[in-house]
Design a protein around this ligand. Structure first.
Ligand code: UD1
Length: 412
């Protein structure tokens, strides 16, 4: 698919943020922990959610969709999800913890997802081993089996996915588990809240030590996950980059502190209310220094979008990517639009230019695609983004939402 954007229109108006992709994916995986009915509300219609739903259906769960809610009923009667689905998204690996905890065995191929560096799963596997799983690798698959017992797991890095997999596995393990150096992301808190709504006993989510008391059985639940802080952040940056003014509703401003702080530093005006944020773009974009870090630091998922924005700053900005090894695939594409960016190891030096010019560019991954949309908004003339289906993996109705804000954008 291609996306066509005519640049230099100021974004103006109001949009509502959809539910968080990164909260919904683990919550859908956690629904495998119980066979009673679960209803998950405000499901975002994005490709990654579609894939995880297909995967869960493939395992034998009945999934129905009505009025933006998903209803999931039944027990998995398969523990070996098909490779063709698993390889499509990295989050498919999140079904490992619940399947193992529930059925004592799981067979899964190495996960796929965005090509943002080598993304190992050693921390997930080491943690599950500490809980008593025996893990074997054969022909590209991982087989984990065994009865799980509560234990102390120390993560070498606060990995979001490993923390989530271990919370889910430990929820049905025998005894108490402590995850130390756990990830602090709001999506972890949401997952714990969802499992607790099914009768789980998790405390400390959102801190770096999470305590999980294993229970024998989890029940059904009706749950509404949190709004998407990365979608909100992307629209905040888009508003500032276009020098427009946008009110973004259905947000939790607390989750957006790092993004708001950097936008304010760059000269934008950011005003917070209970569940909305207003952003007004600056006359001149000031250069800023950014280092991506685990939450509550600056999110790696916003790095590419900020780089697009800063490519038109008055002066040089520096962005250091400390979470992923190789997450600068958007740089050559931004340079095709006229940006001046040099990479030295994990650092990008962005020398602000006066103008960008529309061109044909390629979305190499989800957030890189979002960054190209932002650059296209600032560029003169038309930009064509090829492989724009990457963007649909994580942004619900992005073309409609940008249209509402006054952008001339089409996807074919
Ligand atoms: C999640 C998010 C992703 C976000 C990332 C970091 C979802 C579905 N995806 O991805 O959008 O960019 O958090 O905020 O929620 N690592 C290891 N070994 C492991 C696991 C991770 O070395 O076993 C490394 C990774 O290679 C990476 C870093 O740890 O360098 C962070 O990864 P992690 O926090 O696990 O990210 P994901 O859960 O994959």
């Amino acid at each position: 698919m291609i996306m066509l954007i005519n640049g230099q229109s100021k974004l103006n108006g109001h949009i509502e943020v959809s539910t968080s992709k990164n909260a919904v994916l683990p919550i859908l995986a956690a629904s495998l922990l119980s066979d009673e009915p679960k209803i998950i509300n405000n499901i975002p219609l994005i490709d990654d959610v579609d894939i995880i739903v297909q995967l869960i259906r493939e395992l034998g769960i009945k999934v129905s969709y009505h009025n933006k809610s998903l209803k999931l009923i039944g027990n998995a009667h398969k523990v070996d999800p098909p490779y063709e689905l698993v390889r499509k998204i990295r989050a498919s690996f999140l079904i490992m913890g619940p399947l193992l905890a529930r059925h004592g065995i799981v067979r899964i191929s190495f996960p796929g997802g965005c090509a943002i560096g080598n993304r190992p799963i050693d921390l997930h596997l080491k943690g599950l081993e500490v809980l008593g799983a025996q893990i074997k690798q054969t022909g590209g698959d991982i087989i984990a089996k065994g009865k799980l017992n509560g234990s102390h797991v120390y993560l070498d890095f606060p990995s979001v996915g490993a923390t989530e997999n271990l919370i889910m596995a430990a929820s049905l393990a025998k005894g108490v588990t402590y995850i130390e150096n756990a990830a602090l992301e709001p999506e972890i808190v949401d997952l714990a809240d969802f499992i607790n709504s099914m009768g789980g006993k998790i405390t400390g989510a959102g801190t770096n030590i999470i305590k999980i008391e294993g229970v024998e059985k989890l029940t059904g639940s009706t749950y509404t996950p949190i709004p998407d802080r990365i979608e909100a952040g992307t629209f905040m940056v888009a508003a500032a980059a276009s020098r427009g003014e946008v009110t973004i509703t259905n947000v939790i401003p607390e989750h957006l502190k790092a993004i708001s702080a950097k936008l304010i530093e760059s000269g934008a005006e950011v005003t917070e209310k209970a569940d909305q944020i207003n952003v007004r773009g600056p006359n001149k974009i000031k250069p800023v220094y950014i280092k991506t870090l685990p939450y509550p630091g600056f999110p790696t998922d916003m790095q590419a979008q900020f780089m697009a924005y800063l490519s038109c700053a008055e002066g040089s900005s520096i962005i250091t990517e400390s979470v992923f090894e190789n997450r600068f695939m958007h740089v050559p594409e931004l340079c095709r639009l006229g940006a001046n960016i040099k990479i030295e190891g994990r650092t990008a030096i962005i020398k602000g230019v006066n103008k960008l010019d529309g061109a044909i560019v390629k979305a190499t991954d989800l957030r890189a695609g979002a960054a190209l949309c932002i650059a296209a908004l600032m560029a003169r003339g038309e930009t064509t983004i090829t492989e724009s289906e990457h963007i649909d993996r994580g942004y619900e109705r992005i073309v409609d939402k940008l249209n509402t804000l006054g952008v001339d954008i089409r996807q074919i």
